[in-house]
Design a binder for this molecule. Structure first.
Ligand code: SAM
Length: 393
């Protein structure tokens, strides 16, 4: 028997307040109903989709604060406007090369990246037409409030464009797409993990893990990436791959910068990474228990950048660059944005702290990567001018 993850509440997690617990109870009831409708077993990716995005209930769809200090996690645009400002020269180069002024940001969170990038592009002489495609109605409303100043320049889309030329941005979006969980059994057969309803009154969660034989297409795909090591548990993000592949249908001319934490495939499925990369974030506590606190915590998996690059090629796009976030931001001129010693010491200290968080090896600098994919773009991209690691994908 292969051991399935144990469901328990990690020690040290803050206690949710009564309102949050009442909300989570509603999310639980919705998930239990979904499991019932699915015949008693819901594949984990469907469970994750509902826990994060069910309208009005899911983690991203309901009204809690997710980003910043009082939320659950902090992303690069939330750390400092320097992130968006450093992106600006690279975005400007892509816009120029694609003969467009349109930026399309997916999953814009609180709107922090747009709030930094729009004025930075203006400083470079570009009056950007900024589009946002956001799944969460709640986040869309927050973005509209934050970006009120640039209302005339920003447009929210309800669906993918039929054709697009310009620069596409997705910061920490791929990791938020639902992942399929799998495990190799002792006979070399692939099992898919799903969730059942377990009404045991003392349990940490009313949900339990259960596996089923994986459908043959999934088993074939996994076998081509991961050798069958008994008990090895990991994930594959078919939805994120499909999203990148589909970009090939609508991105006519331009490039997408996909920024996220993750690795090339050989590192992703390293034999020592026995339990995959699935992580949850609740009030700045990271843990590996996705079946607890439904609706109150983020659930995420690292990105397999080799799979994303392959999906882009399958969609007819070129892979234009791949490097660490630190290298990308340095190439794009982040250091030159830091104010000189002597002028406003407190602001300079804040900028140096942000520089360390964004580029430090033990912070976001090395774990986070930037992958550029696109079509009909000539010449090397600025952000990958030194330290391009495409050969490692
Ligand atoms: C971890 S948050 C990152 C937010 C923001 N980009 C940032 O860096 O602060 C993930 C975001 O992606 C959005 N999202 C997930 N899947 C999406 C999709 N297929 N299309 C558009 N947005 C998506 C979520 O609603 C959320 O806004």
């Amino acid at each position: 028997m292969n051991a399935l993850p144990i469901i328990q509440t990690p020690t040290g997690l803050p206690e949710p307040d009564a309102d949050a617990l009442a909300h989570s109870a509603r999310v639980q009831a919705m998930l239990i109903e979904r499991i019932r409708q699915a015949g008693g077993w819901l594949p984990f990716d469907a469970w994750m989709q509902a826990a994060l995005y069910a309208p009005g209930l899911g983690y991203y769809s309901a009204g809690s604060v997710k980003f910043q200090r009082e939320g659950d996690f902090t992303t690069a645009p939330e750390i400092s406007p320097l992130f968006g400002q450093a992106l600006a020269p690279q975005v400007a180069q892509i816009l120029q090369a694609s003969g467009s002024t349109t930026v399309l940001e997916f999953g814009a969170g609180s709107g922090a990246l747009a709030a930094a990038l729009i004025p930075a592009l203006q400083g470079l002489g570009i009056q950007a037409h900024y589009q946002i495609l956001e799944l969460s109605a709640d986040l869309r409303a927050r973005q509209q409030a934050k970006l009120g100043w640039w209302r005339g320049q920003v447009q929210w889309l309800d669906a993918l464009p039929a054709r697009f030329s310009g620069c596409v941005l997705a910061n920490e979006v791929l990791d938020a797409m639902p992942a399929v969980l799998f495990q190799w059994d002792e006979h070399g057969q692939l099992r898919q993990l799903g969730v059942t309803h377990d009404p045991a009154p003392q349990a940490a969660s009313p949900f339990a893990w259960a596996t089923r034989p994986a459908p043959e297409p999934l088993a074939t795909k996994v076998r081509s990436r991961v050798p069958p090591l008994p008990g090895y548990l990991s994930e594959i993000n078919e939805q994120a791959e499909a999203w990148v592949r589909q970009m090939g249908q609508w991105l006519r001319r331009g490039a997408a910068l996909l920024i996220d934490y993750g690795f090339p495939q050989a590192e992703y499925y390293h034999p020592q990474r026995l339990h995959g990369t699935l992580m949850c974030h609740f009030r700045h506590h990271a843990h590996d228990q996705p079946l607890i606190l439904p609706g109150l915590q983020d659930i995420t998996a690292h990105v397999d950048f080799t799979a994303m690059a392959d999906a882009a090629l399958e969609g007819g796009l070129d892979v234009l660059g791949y490097t660490s976030q630190a290298r990308f931001l340095m190439n794009s001129g982040l250091v030159q944005l830091i104010r000189a010693p002597g002028c406003d010491p407190a602001a300079r200290a804040r900028e140096l702290t942000a520089l360390n968080l964004l580029t430090g090896e033990a912070e976001m600098g090395e774990l986070f990567k930037v992958l550029a994919v696109g079509r009909d773009i000539d010449g090397p991209l600025l952000g990958f001018s030194r330290g391009d690691r495409r050969d490692r994908l």
